[in-house]
Design a protein around this ligand. Structure first.
Ligand code: ADP
Length: 151
């Protein structure tokens, strides 16, 4: 059976740190679905969701086993519907760990067949976050080195 992983997130915007997790995930999974959630708390996006979808699709156009979708429901439920048995997430620091630990427990409770898999960030991306990119870009700073596409 194909090993399908869901890589869920806000991706506002999708960064080179996210790209790194996806590419390394290809060593573990046959197929990766990048799933952009419409989180109610973060619904006020910096980059419109349709634009983000097409930028990410373009980034991975050479990879037929990487797809991009949006969703507005429980991640565990969206994974079930897409036959994804794995949730791929990245860990940068203890703050990420605290958050991922609690969300991972909830996801296990919601879908016991869904296994969360965490990849430790590559050191060059350890300080890279979507929020930092938004701040720099908003004031006209150059973020091209931090993104796998041109914004
Ligand atoms: P969320 O709103 O779900 O936290 P994000 O888009 O911020 O969504 O992040 C999606 C996933 O990517 C999370 O697991 C996050 O920890 C991980 N991630 C974000 N930035 C990096 C990075 N620079 N290196 C590794 N993992 C990262």
């Amino acid at each position: 059976m194909k090993r399908v992983a869901l890589f869920p997130g806000s991706f506002d915007p999708f960064t080179k740190g996210h790209e790194d997790i996806v590419l390394r995930g290809l060593g573990l999974f046959d197929e990766i679905i990048i799933a952009i959630g419409h989180n109610t708390e973060k619904s006020n996006r910096y980059i419109k969701i349709d634009k983000m979808v097409s930028l990410i699709r373009d980034t991975f156009k050479a990879f037929p086993n990487i797809s991009v979708q949006t969703y507005a429901e429980l991640t565990a439920e969206f994974a079930r519907k897409n036959n994804a048995k794995f949730l791929l997430r990245g860990l940068r620091n203890t703050t990420d760990f605290e958050y991922e630990n609690s969300i991972g427990q909830v996801n296990r409770y919601l879908n016991a067949e869904l296994e969360s898999v965490f990849l430790i960030t590559s050191p060059q991306f350890a300080s890279l976050s979507s929020s930092i990119i938004r701040e720099v870009h908003r004031y006209g700073g150059d973020v091209s080195m931090l993104l796998p596409y041109k914004l």
